[in-house]
Design a protein around this ligand. Structure first.
Ligand SMILES: [Zn+2]
Length: 368
């Protein structure tokens, strides 16, 4: 029995949810094997059920493999994945979730991310893709997801990130896009999917990410938002998306990435978050689940590995993840992508604010 198996066997299910119990070791080899298995198993029910978002699954898998320090293109079949992504581009210039599916800005971003990861952005019709995305912008600066007209701040992020990847950010009215996102800011400093909609951590990532690309982080109420985000840490060490909700591994990414952009990732107790993510590993079979003891999936494996990357908790020499573009840092650098972020050493004002709010007790707003 390997050391990892021994640790898994020793960790009874009940103790997984006990924050006083130490976590099992990180098992990168098993997660890489899991990602290869999922990519190869076209006959699995899960594969059929997720066809509509195939290209997003490829993005999650490729990025997680890269963060694990693996040769993702070689191990997951780079040339075939380039063809898969190219095959999702439609006559309108946008990309669907799979070949033959209608275009949507979510899948357009995923397809461009896949092509960027594989060094193949020039293999699609870039001008048509940029024109598709830019045409989704509305007079108030918001973006529709597709031709059916639903508006959501998620689409603002996808549109700006996609145009940045294409080197065509100027094709959209970036100032107006930022103004719409700002109109979705709430009394708690967070953001919702539309003006007046409840704050949600996933939405906060999209809004702050869009503002970072637009270089308008000055619009963010930094102390208030960072406080709200830090309060998402639960007793388990994991992070939730809204007050009163259970912790979930994917918020490790949505929240920590925003705190990184705003220079306040030290407001989260990183050791406790790391412990929660490690307890969400499926140690016999690989992959990471949303919560300890649940079944793993590619989405949560990506966000778990991404969260560990932001925490600096991945061993060895491997690329970090860029908090704004959600791509390995070497890919972001090679494409010359730039976004505004707040350096950690600019965070002293935030710390002073937090100390004042705590009555000088302590600077860290850990939620315990
Ligand atoms: Zn989740």
């Amino acid at each position: 029995m390997s050391a990892v198996d021994e640790a898994a066997a020793a960790l009874a299910y009940a103790t997984l949810n006990d924050p006083t119990q130490p976590p099992p070791p990180f098992a990168p080899e098993r997660h890489a094997a899991y990602l290869k298995r999922v990519a190869a198993d076209a006959g699995a029910l899960e594969y059929a059920l997720t066809e509509y978002m195939r290209v997003s699954g490829v993005y999650w898998g490729l990025t997680a493999m890269r963060l694990l320090g693996r040769d993702a293109a070689a191990e997951l079949g780079g040339p075939a994945l380039v063809e898969l992504a190219r095959g999702c581009q439609n006559a309108d210039g946008g990309f669907g979730g799979a070949r033959g599916h209608d275009s949507h800005v979510l899948y357009t971003l995923s397809a461009l991310q896949v092509l960027a990861l594989l060094g193949a952005l020039d293999r699609c019709d870039r001008a048509a893709a940029a024109a598709y995305v830019a045409a989704l912008q509305q007079p108030d600066g918001s973006f529709c997801g597709d031709r059916w007209g639903e508006v959501d701040t998620r689409f603002s992020y996808c549109a700006l990130a996609a145009l940045a990847l294409l080197g065509r950010l100027g094709d959209a009215d970036v100032g107006r896009a930022a103004a719409f996102v700002d109109a979705c800011r709430n009394f708690d400093g967070g953001y919702g999917c539309a003006p007046g909609a409840e704050s949600h951590a996933g939405q906060v990532f999209c809004c702050v990410g869009a503002l970072a690309i637009a270089r308008r982080l000055d619009l963010v109420d930094r102390p208030l938002l960072c406080w709200w985000l830090a309060e998402r840490q639960c007793d388990s060490g994991g992070l939730n998306g809204r007050p009163e909700k259970q912790a979930d591994v994917c918020y490790s990414w949505w929240i920590l990435s925003v705190l990184r952009m705003l220079g306040a990732d030290h407001w989260i107790d990183g050791a406790r978050l790391r412990s929660f993510i490690l307890k969400c590993q499926d140690l016999p079979d690989g992959g990471i689940a949303d919560r300890p003891g649940n079944c793993p999936d590619v989405f949560h494996t990506f966000f778990g590995v991404g969260g560990l990357s932001l925490l600096g908790a991945l061993p060895g020499d491997r690329p970090g993840i860029d908090a704004v573009f959600a791509l390995p840092e070497d890919v972001v650098e090679s494409l010359g992508l730039e976004a505004q972020t707040v350096p950690r050493n600019d965070a002293s004002l935030l710390d002073a604010w937090a100390a004042e709010r705590r009555g000088g007790e302590r600077a860290e707003p850990y939620c315990v």
